[in-house]
Design a protein around this ligand. Structure first.
Ligand SMILES: Cc1cc2nc3c(=O)[nH]c(=O)nc-3n(C[C@H](O)[C@H](O)[C@H](O)COP(=O)(O)OP(=O)(O)OC[C@H]3O[C@@H](n4cnc5c(N)ncnc54)[C@H](O)[C@@H]3O)c2cc1C
Length: 385
């Protein structure tokens, strides 16, 4: 493993920066504040191939891995444009279909993930199951050539922009008679499917939705991976989800620390720049160190994931998501402090990202559930719940 990025990876970072910078801070801010999706930016990223860097070349993608996709999101977020939909559509859904979709499913959806023309949301969380995803009650029953889905989902990101939602449901295993997880691609306009927006108190360009499935009928081939519906297909999406969440948190931290350092060098209230006060410089330096450590961990997770070891990647991806979320909350908080009152003003556009950083402690998996996982799987401690 090299700690030095390749020429291609460095060039990818620069190309993403140049594409996002051309929109400018004002574009990102205006969309986030008004809850409008950054559709134009999404399209441009898709056309440039950035959204599909992880998709195999035979489907029009870049043929690279999660390392490259996560660096795209890190760079975007470092410019104040954290696109949550990148975690969901190309990373979770794109990976699941690439690894477990049937040939027909790959041909149907992967080219669209690559150029951004197909957007897929991902619904697993349920109102009555929450973190306990083993307890989901969305059920799929087979009726002739169709699947019939009933259930509810909550906090599903970006359904308003999605052509499809990848729904995690349960179906009866023919052999054991027990319920097992399975995923279905549900076109958004299917009869029986409804979605309503949940009002959130976060300044972010993506909206969150409550989903209702009431006798939603889907064709047999809506089941991802065919009749075997392996649990592994679901797990395939979880590591990319955590790696991408860590990349987003890393980027948003860089954005905040960058704003704080520029301000501290300029601001002068005692005859010298406030940057000279160690009371400000040290905590910001500490944040920088913690962000760099978290970045290293997500890069390690992506590297292991791309080399094909899902189990080892699981531990690293959970640690990376935890570390990056905690580092970003601290970085946003300290950066706001560095600007004093300006840190909380609209003009400097910093405080609005605190909510985005704060998402990382709850989603896609909460801080506590990661600590449970590490306690149990890394340290061999007993399960507490
Ligand atoms: C902005 C945003 C976007 C999201 N996008 C999506 C999406 O696109 N698709 C999707 O399916 N979901 C999405 N989610 C849902 C997210 O994954 C859940 O909110 C998260 O998994 C926590 O579930 P919950 O909200 O039901 O909390 P709960 O499970 O009710 O947990 C509440 C609190 O209890 C703690 N807790 C629960 N169980 C334990 C335990 N065993 N030990 C210790 N503490 C525990 C939790 O850590 C948390 O602090 C999103 C959420 C947000 C906020």
């Amino acid at each position: 493993m090299s700690f030095i990025e390749t020429e291609e990876q460095t060039a990818l970072r620069a190309a993403v920066r140049s594409a996002v910078e051309s929109y400018g801070d004002a574009y990102n801010e205006e969309h986030a504040r008004n809850g409008h999706s950054m559709t134009e930016l999404w399209k441009e990223l898709g056309q440039a191939g950035f959204l599909g860097v992880n998709i195999p070349e035979e489907y029009g993608g870049g043929g690279a891995g999660m390392y490259e996709l996560s660096l795209v999101l890190e760079e975007m977020s470092s410019l104040g444009a954290p696109l949550l939909m990148m975690v969901v559509s190309p990373a979770i859904c794109g990976t699941i279909i690439t690894r477990y979709g049937t040939q027909d499913q790959k041909e149907r959806w992967l080219p669209g993930f690559t150029d951004g023309s197909t957007v897929m949301a991902f619904g697993i969380t349920e109102p009555d199951a929450g973190s306990n995803s083993h307890n989901i009650s969305t059920v799929a029953k087979r009726e002739g050539d169709e699947w019939v889905l009933n259930g509810r989902k909550i906090y599903v990101t970006g359904v308003n922009n999605a052509d499809y939602v990848l729904i995690v449901a349960r179906l009866v295993d023919e052999r054991s008679g027990r319920l097992k997880p399975a995923m279905f691609v549900l076109p958004r306009e299917t009869p029986g499917f409804e979605y309503t927006e949940i009002e959130m108190d976060i300044v972010e360009s993506e909206r969150q939705y409550l989903l209702f499935m009431d006798d939603v009928r889907l064709p047999a081939d809506a089941l991802v991976g065919g009749d075997e519906a392996p649990l592994a297909a679901l797990f395939a999406g979880l590591n990319p989800e955590r790696i991408m969440a860590a990349a987003l948190a890393t980027g948003i931290s860089r954005y905040a620390i960058g704003k704080a350092t520029s301000y501290m060098k300029e601001r002068n209230v005692w005859g010298q720049p406030i940057a000279q006060h160690q009371g400000l410089a040290h905590p910001l330096a500490k944040c920088h160190i913690e962000v760099e450590l978290a970045k290293l961990m997500y890069q390690k997770a992506a590297f292991i994931y791309d080399s094909g070891d899902d189990t080892a990647a699981g531990e690293a991806a959970n640690m990376a998501k935890y570390a990056a979320a905690e580092a970003s909350i601290a970085a946003l908080d300290q950066s706001i402090q560095s600007l004093g009152g300006a840190g909380l003003s609209k003009e400097y556009g910093l405080a609005m990202h605190l909510g985005v950083a704060r998402i990382g402690r709850v989603a896609p998996v909460s801080r506590e559930m990661i600590l449970n996982y590490i306690g149990q799987h890394s340290l061999g401690l007993p399960k507490s719940y």
